[in-house]
Design a protein around this ligand. Structure first.
Ligand SMILES: Cc1cc2nc3c(=O)[nH]c(=O)nc-3n(C[C@H](O)[C@H](O)[C@H](O)COP(=O)(O)OP(=O)(O)OC[C@H]3O[C@@H](n4cnc5c(N)ncnc54)[C@H](O)[C@@H]3O)c2cc1C
Length: 416
């Protein structure tokens, strides 16, 4: 007989782990299980990102993205400090490279003010040089609250909290679908057998979220299109090229495609990520290809509508991925001292980007409900920053029946 729980969470990325942990705080007497298909936690987006705790500058005021980022970042940083995990408040410079970027920089300044991001300052070319001597631009915004962390380390810490409180984590356990059964749900495994029974379930399956939802009876209005983001380590120099986080003003047609300079908590500096359409959902190399993923993607009219919308921008991203010199030359518009030979070790992540039927990139969080379950269908960047706030919202949306809920501002889990 399958084991029975009060709550099952599918997906051992930072959002799934934060969600399971949130329920464990709110329902201290509940039995909770988290199931992950890989042997490791945080193996996909949560372990392959830029590691930036965003501040909420660029998000549309009032959007879920803005709300989750602003409240989630505070909660996340408090957690990181309480556990002694690595973080540094480096601040972020967003640079207008030419006069043409200025209207977009103005819009970012307006959004930062509307979102209540503290301490944002506008700098001219001199101010840019004073803060980042190797960076050139006509103007910039400095955002002091941007910080760096290791999101995989945070995810693993959430997992330790759960296990220490007696909850279960099942690794190497793929879930095929979540189906209602009376007032409860069954989680069906890859073999077709019932893997788990639970009163309620939450799916935070990242790159697999639309497929899991579809197999569970949801007709999602979005599909996941994988965009690979490639990073290069900037080889260390006697004088580092950047001191903090340095971003160019994003291009509104593909806002997440502008590679930036990102120091990490281990003292390395990375440039990236770009945004290349990937032909494998979990393909971390340029040649990664998976028939199932590619066939599904290319047969979908929404993808072609998206490509039509992106036009030459998509081709340029593809070329920039193949040709490191173009990648370096783009970055050198902002940091002229950067050369192709400065780009060292490569790594990549794949974004689970939701796209609607009309071929639009879906910018905000999307979820769907089936009896007894919630499926998170789009948790785009900065969902790692906002994970604890997303978790709070999910727990509000899907209460656990028959268990006493304890409203909490945190505190159940004391540092070990
Ligand atoms: C290149 C890149 C840079 C980014 N930079 C930042 C940044 O600097 N700051 C920021 O805040 N955000 C950033 N993000 C976004 C952030 O990483 C993601 O939004 C976040 O990690 C999403 O977490 P998740 O738990 O939803 O997804 P994931 O981490 O992808 O986790 C989903 C998990 O579900 C599992 N799973 C899937 N299907 C099943 C199934 N059927 N059964 C069981 N398990 C399943 C997967 O194996 C996976 O472990 C970046 C993302 C990328 C790709």
């Amino acid at each position: 007989m399958a084991e029975r729980f009060d709550l099952a969470v599918v997906g051992g990325g930072i959002v799934g782990l934060a969600t399971a942990r949130r329920y464990a705080e709110e329902y201290p007497d509940a039995r909770i299980v988290l199931v992950e298909k890989e042997r490791e936690l945080a193996a996909h987006q949560s372990g392959r990102n830029s590691g930036v705790v965003h501040s909420g500058v660029s998000y549309r005021p009032g959007s879920r993205k803005a709300r989750f980022t602003l409240s989630g970042r505070a909660e996340l940083l408090a957690y990181v400090r309480s556990r002694g995990l690595a973080t540094e408040a480096l601040g972020k410079l967003i640079v207008a490279r030419t006069e043409r970027d200025l209207p977009d920089l103005d819009e970012l300044a307006r959004r930062a003010a509307a979102n209540g991001v503290p301490g944002v300052r506008r700098l001219g070319p001199e101010g840019i040089r004073a803060r980042e001597p190797e960076v050139v631009g006509v103007a910039a915004l400095f955002v002091p609250s941007a910080a760096i962390v290791d999101f995989a380390e945070i995810a693993r810490s959430f997992a330790r909290d759960l296990e220490a409180a007696g909850h279960a984590i099942r690794r190497a356990t793929p879930i095929d679908r979540i189906v209602p059964h009376g007032d409860e749900v069954h989680l069906i495994g890859a073999s077709g057998a019932i893997e788990l029974e639970a009163r309620r379930a939450v799916a935070c399956a990242g790159l697999g979220s639309d497929r899991l939802a579809r197999r569970s009876g949801v007709r999602p209005a979005v599909r996941i299109v994988p965009f690979r983001g490639e990073f290069y380590e900037v080889r260390s120099r006697a004088t580092p090229l950047v001191r903090g986080l340095v971003y160019a003003v994003p291009d509104p047609t593909l806002p997440f495609a502008e590679p930036h300079f990102t120091p990490d908590v281990r003292g390395r500096v990375w440039v990236g990520p770009n945004a290349v359409l990937a032909l494998a959902r979990e393909g971390y190399r340029r040649r990664s290809f998976r028939w199932k993923d590619a066939a599904e993607e290319l047969a979908d009219p929404a993808l072609w509508r998206l490509l039509g919308r992106l036009g030459p921008r998509a081709l340029r991203e593809g070329w920039r991925s193949i040709d490191r010199s173009t990648y370096a030359a783009d970055l050198a518009r902002m940091v002229p001292a950067l050369r192709r030979r400065d780009l060292g070790e490569a790594r990549a992540g794949v974004r689970a980007q939701a796209v609607d039927d009309a071929g639009n990139l879906v910018d905000d969080f999307v979820w769907a409900e089936t009896p007894g379950a919630v499926h998170l269908l789009n948790a785009p960047s900065p969902a790692a920053t906002g994970a604890m706030a997303i978790a709070r919202a999910i727990a509000e949306r899907l209460p656990l029946p028959g268990r006493l809920r304890r409203p909490t501002e945190g505190g159940t889990f004391k540092p070990a």
